[in-house]
Design a protein around this ligand. Structure first.
Ligand SMILES: *Cc1c(COP(=O)(O)O)cnc(C)c1O
Length: 372
């Protein structure tokens, strides 16, 4: 018998969640975000499942974009951080990629490559720094950006893009979204005054799609909501009509009976206060389960929700079977998602471990077999 852990990817749920995006932002086109191997879900399977529904795909690496092109994807593909070196410039035209331009270094590479002959095409977005302070140009850089673009590609078709720091906060992060929007609008006007037509505007991530309709504009950029988790700390995915796409499940591989006072796992951090039955699950941090998940993290066994006990080890974790007398060797376990073991909200596991579901999904380890 093989080790029982596996992940399953529910492509119907993915397509349902895409429909929620469509419904939430009916007048916008959708860049479905498939960076980080589609948040751990497998980028090719996600892309194939969404190809007839969405308007484009966004990711980071040119190599990932080329893989999608070679798999037959003809929809627009956007590089969220643009090129990382000058040798990537010719690949933009070769593979018909949209790029973000966020730095003077990138403009330098583009103008170096276009020195002899200006580029025929350049599609994508100029990234504006409206307060996130990671990537993008500030207002004082725009005149230089404009001037350089003119020599790089006079016919460039570039929209304007920005990213919100606190779209997920209750009440919009105490004015953070309105303030970033205000900055964006002023920079957009400046860009127009420099003689550009902003072809397209893109601002909204999942949180903004769900609660800030004023940010939807031409293109929205959903990530986490496609994968059926909530971008908000205080609203569940179910409340948002999102369905979990990834299920991580396994089985009980050992049952132990503890006497009061016995301890469990490395460091003995859990101590039984009464006689109890516990189960050992074939799932550990080397599978991507968060090691920081403390005693009490939700887990489901044989259709019932229970709690983890003690420390998560590399290949195993333990759970409380006190109220699940029918649980035995081979009983199904759901770590998150919807499986034979029961239903567990990935956001609840993440919260218990002091992180977000994004990190859980992205951390799914290559050793876990994935099924559709
Ligand atoms: C990852 C990313 C997104 C998607 O964010 P979610 O919170 O997962 O919806 C959108 N825009 C940019 C620029 C990103 O890097």
């Amino acid at each position: 018998m093989t080790r029982p852990i596996k992940a399953t990817i529910d492509l119907d749920a993915l397509r349902h969640n895409h429909a929620v995006v469509r419904r939430s932002a009916p007048n916008s086109k959708i860049w479905s975000v498939v960076k980080a191997n589609a948040y751990g879900h497998g980028d090719l399977r996600v892309v194939n499942a969404l190809a007839d529904l969405t308007d484009g795909f966004a990711l980071l690496e040119v190599a990932s974009a080329i893989r999608l092109r070679e798999a037959g994807i003809t929809l627009p593909i956007l590089l969220f951080e643009g090129i990382f070196s000058p040798d990537e410039v010719p690949l933009l035209a070769k593979y018909d990629l949209h790029t973000v331009i966020h730095s003077e270094a990138q403009l330098g590479w583009l103008s170096w490559l276009s020195n002899h002959a200006p580029l025929n095409t350049l599609n994508g977005f100029i990234k504006l720094n409206t307060g996130m302070n990671r990537l993008g140009f500030t207002a004082d850089q725009l005149p230089l950006v404009s001037q350089q673009l003119h020599t790089i590609c006079p016919t460039a078709s570039l929209g304007l893009m920005a990213h919100f720091a606190e779209a997920d906060a209750p009440n919009g992060g105490a004015g953070s979204v309105p303030s970033q929007l205000h900055t964006f609008e002023a920079m957009k006007q400046q860009w127009r005054d420099l003689g550009h037509v902003a072809d397209a505007v893109s601002l909204a991530n999942s949180a903004a799609i769900l609660v800030h309709p004023e940010t939807h504009q031409d293109w929205v950029r959903p990530g986490i909501m496609l994968y059926g988790a909530s971008p908000f700390a205080d609203r569940s995915a179910a409340e948002l009509d999102l369905q979990p796409v990834m299920t991580l499940c396994s089985e009980i591989i050992s049952v132990q009976t503890l006497a009061a006072g016995q301890r469990v796992g490395y460091g003995g951090t859990f101590v039984a206060d009464k006689p109890m039955r516990i189960g050992t699950v074939a799932c550990g941090y080397a599978d991507g389960y968060p090691r920081h998940a403390p005693t009490g993290t939700p887990i489901a066994v044989a259709g019932k929700e229970t709690r983890t006990l003690g420390r998560v080890s590399m290949d195993m974790l333990t759970c409380d079977l006190s109220d699940i007398p029918e649980a035995r060797l081979g009983s199904p376990v759901t770590l998150w998602g919807r499986g034979a073991g029961g239903t567990i909200d990935a956001d609840a596991v993440a919260k218990s471990a002091g992180t977000i579901s994004y990190e859980l999904f992205c951390a799914l380890a290559p050793r876990v077999p994935v099924f559709c």
